[in-house]
Unconditional design. Sequence first.
Length: 151
Amino acid sequence: MKKLYLASDHGGFRLKEQLKQYFDRRRLPYQDLGPSRYQADDDYPDYAHQLAKKVATTNGRGILVCRNGIGVCVVANKTAGVRAVATSSPGIAKTARADDDTNVLCLGQDFTPQAQAIRIVDVWLKTKFSGVARHRRRLGKIKKIERHTSR
């Protein structure tokens, strides 16, 4: 499996720690990019940007958690090569991998109970990109957009 990174802000810290316990029990390797302790005044862009850069430069995958999953998703998608999805649905997680080859999963601690988050993560991690021609074509168009907007 590709390198897996985790990060959150204070609003997602509890769920991130719960996911780490789950990964440890399953012996699934990951790197926690922070925070290492609850910090009520931290800012999600700091952690989301750090994780997005790691995913983009290592061809890894990442999981970000904040209160609603949206803020970290917005930040992650600012990094070329990152295709982040925010969801509270295993079905969306599956199609986001199969169709869109997402490499960052964003979860909202306030809207996703732990058991549901684990189901979403399992589906997202197990689903492979389909490689269907229309999806490859669309991803090529996204890469072209990234090249033109990063100038």
